[in-house]
Design a protein around this ligand. Structure first.
Ligand code: AMP
Ligand code: ZN
Length: 497
């Protein structure tokens, strides 16, 4: 199954806290589950970073020749806010919509944004509300195995009993269960229906005003948030599969509880390798709406934010993100974006230069100057998808390509085969493996269409809300970028000046 480029792949496994040699359950095949978005508001840049990271992993695994089943869910029920309200219901009440209208609206928005960032759609994108029956079945399995108990129509997972028997609660997140137990025993009297404060709901009885609820053996209610991922990963990938991913803010309680549910229901660990992405920061601080330290993708595309000096294109933003390893924090700063824009341009221009190079193949003394960085690109990606170091290899090649063009290096000292490999692999690594489109070449020929549509939609919203200041600001900023917007009775259109 694997092609000849296949090398040993090492992954930083959160479950064992070690970098490990990856061994698939079935040679040549990989099952990968990634926690998807909760679709109650617009996708934010932090989400984008996480989903781009998993897209790169998916792309690279495909490049290595694996057949990958990539499952990424849509959370459309059960993910509660701190005040206990379901996120989707809150969105529905706020916008006076049906909950499923909210789900559709933000799922569409999420897809559009991920298309703009040129990511692949997953192989399966299951929704939690489409798997209520399977979730009820898993709750029953957990009860039958003695790890769930009912109280007043809700069902809770018995973490204490589970840990006493299986000794693994806290293994993934590093939460020390003994400390948790001492602390929680003291607090026990404050908990109402739970036997133990670290117990968590796997089925919740719904209050009469609750919008999304289903019949179950225990009450009219809804499933706990963690349950959906246990159920959908098992359904589509089996009781044990290869890779489970998500942002590291999900390690506890979401992923820890997922493991507990799977072990509690099926008596086996769900995933062999757990991969966690780190958070996107801005100006060194966590992105946070409450203190204004936040920026949306649209603001980046239009330049309409006090945090940046100009607009940035989706591929520049993506390139910027790939210059950090997925497991490190990624600090969005204007200087970094400016530098990324320059780097991205160099990379795209080198592709054009490379396409025009020719060699007589008289010598081959410089072959390893070219094949070395090409090989190393793959080695770096095999080292836990190290995109920053892999990109450094591409820049080694950019320098060589420019030197060949300018005559500082003699192009005839590389063989015909090596130049052919460079002309094939260099653009392939950029576009197929890193998923970077060439926006510079694309110009006005349709590649910008997605972004421009988004910008025009935003301007349309502003006009509908009679927010003339924003609408004019967008038009003027586009004019500066030599894009002319024309308003007609069927909406707005654009052309390059
Ligand atoms: P949510 O829609 O909140 O369930 O999040 C979807 C995914 O985005 C999860 O894997 C989160 O861990 C991830 N995520 C949320 N915030 C950030 C952030 N600031 N940086 C990177 N990933 C994030
Ligand atoms: Zn999940």
């Amino acid at each position: 199954m694997r092609n000849k480029e296949m090398k040993e792949l090492y992954l930083q496994n959160s479950l064992t806290k070690k970098k490990e040699l990856f061994k698939p359950i079935t040679e040549g095949f990989i099952g990968m589950y990634v926690c998807g978005p909760t679709v109650y508001s617009d996708v934010h840049l932090g989400n984008v970073r996480t989903f781009i990271s998993f897209d790169i992993m998916y792309r690279f695994l495909l490049h290595l020749g694996y057949k990958v089943r990539y499952v990424r869910n849509i959370t459309d029920v059960g993910h509660l806010l701190d005040d206990g309200e379901d996120r989707i219901s809150k969105g529905a009440r706020a916008d006076k919509l049906e909950p499923m209208e909210v789900v559709q609206k933000y799922t569409n928005g999420f897809h559009k944004m991920m298309d703009i960032f040129n990511t692949h759609r997953p192989s399966i994108e299951p929704r939690a509300t489409q798997h209520i029956l399977e979730q009820i079945e898993m709750v029953q399995q957990i009860i039958d195995n003695g790890y769930g108990y009912e109280a007043n129509g809700s069902v809770y997972f018995d973490t204490l009993k589970f840990h006493e028997e299986k000794k693994c609660y806290g293994k993934l997140s590093g939460r020390v269960i003994d400390e948790l137990l001492v602390e929680t025993r003291d607090n026990l009297k404050n908990q109402s229906d739970k036997k133990h404060p670290s117990d968590f709901a796997i089925w919740m009885k719904a209050a009469p005003e609750h919008l999304m609820k289903w019949n179950s053996p225990w009450s009219v209610g809804f499933p706990g948030w963690h349950l959906e991922c246990s159920v959908m990963s098992t359904k589509y990938l089996g009781e044990t599969f290869d890779i489970h991913g998500g942002g590291n803010d999900l390690k506890f309680p979401h992923h820890e509880n997922e493991v507990a549910q799977n072990v509690g229901a099926c008596n086996c660990q769900p995933a062999n390798y757990w991969l966690h992405t780190n958070m996107l920061l801005m100006n060194g601080r966590k992105m946070s709406k409450s203190d204004g330290n936040t920026i949306t993708p649209d603001q980046l595309f239009t330049g309409d934010s006090p945090h940046i000096t100009k607009a940035y294109s989706p591929m520049v933003i993506k390139f910027f993100m790939l210059q950090s390893h997925y497991s490190s924090t990624n600090d969005l700063v204007d200087d970094g974006l400016l530098a990324a824009e320059k780097g991205y341009r160099r990379l795209m221009e080198a592709q054009k230069t490379l396409a025009e190079l020719q060699t007589t193949g008289a010598g081959n003394e410089l072959d390893t100057d070219v094949t070395g960085p090409l090989d190393k690109f793959i080695t770096e990606m095999c080292d836990d998808f190290n995109t920053p170091r892999a990109i450094a290899q591409l820049f080694e090649l950019v320098t060589k390509i420019n030197s060949f063009k300018e005559g500082h290096l003699d192009i005839n000292k590389i063989s015909v085969d090596t130049l052919a490999r460079l002309q094939k692999d260099f653009p392939c690594y950029i576009s197929k493996v890193l998923g970077l489109k060439n926006e510079i070449e694309a110009g006005n020929n349709g590649e910008l269409e997605g972004v421009m549509q988004l910008v025009l939609d935003l301007r349309q919203d502003a006009r509908a809300n009679k927010n003339w200041a924003i609408s004019d600001k967008i038009r003027d900023a586009l004019a500066e970028a030599k894009i002319v917007v024309k308003d007609g009775k069927d909406g707005s259109s654009w052309t390059m000046n």
